[in-house]
Write a protein that binds this ligand. Structure first.
Ligand SMILES: N[C@@H](CCC(=O)N[C@@H](CS)C(=O)NCC(=O)O)C(=O)O
Length: 204
């Protein structure tokens, strides 16, 4: 039995966490849950909010897709997916930007919520266009968002960007194309995608 147990659904943010697990290359056990199963007391004992993904590792529980990516990069340094601590400015900046303001802006837009000019002063993402402008900033300067090298921040940031632009919840921008091409060519991305696509076809 693996010391990594991954709770997921193939049509969920768990797809990004699986990509990270595949990048790490450490064996892991997958528990696929339907959305109904996530509501049951057994799973609520693992994640009280009843959401996936969740991961247990050596008796510790990690939830939140961005945290799972960052945790695995640190827990498995041999994969080389976390920059040195003093080189983490962009790594943290864009990981946290996407997990907080980026995700909130997309979800608000999907729900038809648009901050007024006054509200944008206290809304963390400003407004949707300001958030999108920041994604362009992140993808313009370097080949990867933390610099010249692929890191766990690309798995999370890039995973959200790929999903958002494919499903129309984020508009395309010229700087996204080359960045996304680099990501979707990665063997770990392709492995994770094919595992989850097959599970989704099975109706899980
Ligand atoms: N903040 C969490 C969000 C997780 C989340 O909302 N997962 C959805 C699927 S994408 C879920 O499990 N929904 C089931 C439910 O709420 O009943 C993360 O980033 O991992």
């Amino acid at each position: 039995m693996s010391d990594l147990i991954f709770y997921t659904n193939p049509v969920s943010r768990g797809r990004v966490a699986r990509w990270m697990l595949e990048e790490i290359g450490h064996p892991y056990e997958t528990v696929v849950l339907t959305f109904e199963e996530m509501e049951r007391p057994g799973y609520r004992m693992i994640n009280p909010i009843g959401k996936v993904p969740a991961l247990t590792h050596e008796g510790k529980l990690i939830t939140e897709t961005a945290a799972i990516c960052a945790y695995l990069a640190d827990a498995c340094p041999e994969a080389g997916l976390a920059p040195k601590v003093r080189e983490r400015a962009n790594y943290y900046r864009w990981l946290f930007f996407m997990a907080g303001p980026g995700e909130a802006a997309v979800v608000d837009k999907l729900m038809g919520v648009a901050p007024s000019a006054e509200q944008r002063r206290f809304v963390g993402y400003g407004n949707f266009d300001a958030m999108m402008m920041m994604l362009e900033v992140a993808t313009t300067k370097h080949p990867y968002i933390a610099g010249d090298r692929f890191t766990a921040a690309d798995v999370y940031f890039g995973g959200q960007l790929i999903f958002g632009t494919e499903h129309g919840s984020m508009p395309e921008r010229p700087s996204f194309a080359a960045y996304k091409e680099r990501l979707v060519a990665r063997p770990a991305y392709l492995r994770a995608k094919s595992i989850d696509d097959a599970l989704a076809v099975d109706g899980r």
